[in-house]
Design a protein around this ligand. Structure first.
Ligand code: NAD
Length: 495
């Protein structure tokens, strides 16, 4: 069973606004997805606190933060990273208790990447942000102009993030936004408020000036998320979450023409060619379909396997999937924890039912595991594999966001490219093949922001990240983040 405990400062989880932790009268429960028990009480930011926070973020932007150099901002972020490293166990507890994920995953992915995001963006911006471009112009009258292109921050950024990778998502946005000289108000998901609040403690301890980094808790519609995105005095919104939520945020900011960066949903394809390293492909598709209980935007929910190895592949993946351990976060053997909530489990179970109605054959899973202990009150679900659905079935076209994939046979390269691209989404793809020419031929034809060949999920933070179509707008990562969080100004001087 789990023995982790939230740090006492989170028992009543407060908002962090203008350098201070603020309680509000309206609270909601943070529920453990492992046991269904209440972990902590969360203070929901009201409209007055949203207003006051935007105002203080504006003041900091116009004042003390606006006067910092990029090197000074990097020093602050590096201090925050060091504090997270020192309080590693607290961050692990926060992330694991809110989500129910395995401790091993939180160590190697979530908290590790939180630190890495801060350090990487600090270094990249230190080297790249103050680079300027110059253009000399020669005019018809013989005079000359010197055009100097300087980057400027946008102002007050609102970051709205999801529950699936909480610390990773928030640091992925806050680090480049702050390095560019913006101030930021972060609204973490109502399901995972803890690590964002610990991050605020780290910013406070690092001495980052009041108003620069803020965390407000609450929900989306008719709550903190909507009030922040509706606010007239914010300058841009960076959002990660469902495509439908992205569409409604876009409508909200449309009248003010605010810039948006959107990282949205996916219905990602995995393609296994007959020349793939069979065992690695089976293991790879299991990882890409079931990691984090399938709750990663990059997870594979549609698998296409070349017909000559289809039956062997389905048999092997069934066998290996049935050996996956579902259980306590602290058990080192646990591969999968629960889904994030009972509400989300209802949604995923409704797809399990729909798949059968649509004619799927359930290869494995399709239900809820039982443990005979308090985990039976949690939101656990079985990893599930379907075959036999047509390409236009809802279960093959809609994002489920659970530990589930549909496997279909294919015959030719051309056919599988067309079927992989036959989706409203365009986030990620994964190819398994040992044929180098084929890898080079097929990968660029997959309409997605990232295509992995013979691996999945590993990222270099300097590379662009984002999606096409319903999967998002824009790219973040490395200097691509700089493009969103700052804008170039042309200073044109007549010589
Ligand atoms: P969600 O859209 O329900 O919620 C995300 C955030 O938006 C939460 O903080 C929520 O409170 C807020 N929100 C909801 N409605 C809002 C509104 N009207 N105005 C302002 N804020 C609002 O998403 P989720 O369920 O938390 O996360 C899962 C989704 O996120 C999946 O679709 C997944 O694919 C996607 N995701 C995408 C990426 C990516 O990089 N492309 C990464 C992680 C998750």
């Amino acid at each position: 069973m789990n023995t982790l405990a939230l740090p006492s400062s989170l028992h009543i989880t407060k908002n962090y606004s203008n350098g201070a932790f603020v309680e509000t009268s309206k609270t909601f429960d943070n529920i453990s997805p492992v046991t269904g028990k209440v972990l902590s009480r969360i203070c929901e930011a009201d409209k007055a606190l949203v207003d006051a926070t935007v105002q203080s973020a504006r003041q900091a932007f116009n004042g003390i933060w606006g006067e910092t150099t990029v090197e000074q901002r990097a020093d602050y972020l590096l201090k925050v990273a060091d504090i997270i490293e020192r309080r590693f166990d607290d961050f692990i507890a926060a992330e694991v208790l809110d989500t129910g994920r395995p401790v091993e995953q939180a160590k190697k992915l979530d908290v590790y990447r939180g630190i890495h995001n801060l350090r990487t963006f600090a270094e990249i911006f230190k080297h790249e942000y103050s680079k300027t471009e110059c253009f000399e112009s020669h005019l018809a009258d013989g005079s000359q102009l010197l055009n100097i292109i300087k980057r400027k921050p946008l102002g007050v950024i609102v970051s709205i993030s999801p529950w699936n990778l909480p610390l990773l998502s928030i640091t992925w946005k806050a680090a480049p936004a702050l390095m560019a000289g913006n101030t930021i108000i972060c609204k973490p998901s109502e399901e995972t408020p803890s690590s964002a609040t610990l991050l605020a403690e780290a910013f406070q301890e690092a001495g980052v000036p009041a108003g620069v980094f803020n965390v407000l808790h609450g929900f989306g519609r008719d709550s903190t998320g909507e009030w922040l995105t509706q606010h007239k005095d914010i300058d841009a919104v960076t959002f990660t979450g469902e495509s439908g939520t992205g569409a409604s945020i876009m409508k909200t900011v449309a009248s003010e023409v605010k810039p948006v960066s959107f990282e949205l949903g996916g219905k990602n394809a995995g393609i296994v060619f007959e020349d793939a390293d069979f065992d690695k492909a089976v293991e790879g598709i299991i990882r890409s379909s079931f990691t984090n209980s399938g709750q990663v935007c990059l997870c594979t929910e549609r698998v296409y396997v070349q017909r000559s190895i289809f039956d062997k592949f389905v048999k092997a993946i069934k066998e290996k999937t049935e050996q996956l351990q579902i259980g306590w976060s602290e058990d080192e053997k646990t591969f999968m924890g629960p889904l994030i909530s009972h509400g989300h489990r209802e949604k995923v179970l409704s797809y399990f039912k729909l798949a059968v109605e649509e004619g799927a054959q359930v290869v494995t899973g399709g239900g809820v595991p039982t443990f005979g202990d308090e985990r039976d009150q949690g939101a656990y679900i079985q990893p599930t594999i379907w075959v036999g659905l047509p390409d236009d079935a809802r279960c093959v076209t809609e994002e489920v966001f659970g530990p589930v994939c549909h496997i279909a046979p294919f015959d030719t390269e051309e056919e599988v490219i067309q079927r992989a691209n036959n989706t409203d989404y365009g986030l990620a793809g994964v190819l398994w093949t040992t044929n180098l020419s084929r890898a080079h031929r097929v990968a660029p034809k997959i309409n997605a922001g990232i295509v992995w060949v013979n691996h999945w999920f590993a990222r270099d933070l300097r590379t662009p990240f984002g999606g096409n179509k319903l999967s998002g707008i824009g790219r973040e990562g490395g200097t691509y983040s700089m493009e969103f969080y700052s804008e170039p100004t042309n200073i044109s001087i007549r010589l």
